[in-house]
Design a protein around this ligand. Sequence first.
Ligand code: ADP
Length: 214
Amino acid sequence: MLIFFGPPGAGKGTQARAVSTELGIPHISTGDILRESARKETGLGLAAKARMDKGDLVSDDVMCRIVGERLSEPDCRNGAILDGFPRTLGQAHFLDQLLEQRESERALLLNLQLEQTQVIKRLAGRRVCSKCGEIYNVYLNPPRQDEICDKDGSQLFQRPDDNEEAIRQRLLAYERETVPLIDYYRSKNALHDINGNGEPEAITERLLNFLKRT
Ligand code: ADP
């Protein structure tokens, strides 16, 4: 199991997608799962959307149930890449127990590091393909044609939580809820820091090289 940490905008989603393709294990993005439920207008999805759009976290109960169910599906038998989970100490304890039950599996925790000024630039410029989910950035990694996905020609959109106020709130939630958990894993020597600066492809190379060595 690969578990990605890092502030919002550090590139977890972009890198988890790329590594998932390389290694052939599923990418589980809790943010994507919540956005998909919101799009389908399920009760859970609509409640989550209200919180997400403000940049607040969704409750541990809901998140642990979603991840527990997803990891029990057959395609996760040989592992998975977690992106966006765990985000709180409660979620980390849940995951620790779950990993204990999946005895034979090794867990690698990767911490993508990026300074706050870069984080804000990445979030404010982010655009996502409405069809395939490919991630672009209007400043750093623009599509060939404005607002159109290079891969499938679909329209790009800006996430509702990529506005200034929600970004501020997400960074606060990260500091408050997730940094303690990173410190906890760091103190157990279980965390691997990866430099998150640079072109997406260069960071993927960095990650794959690291995984080969470990
Ligand atoms: P980012 O990492 O860029 O903030 P995500 O797509 O991972 O974006 O998550 C978007 C939003 O979904 C979060 O701000 C939060 O509201 C909700 N969310 C996702 N994962 C979790 C989680 N593990 N616990 C609580 N809320 C979550």
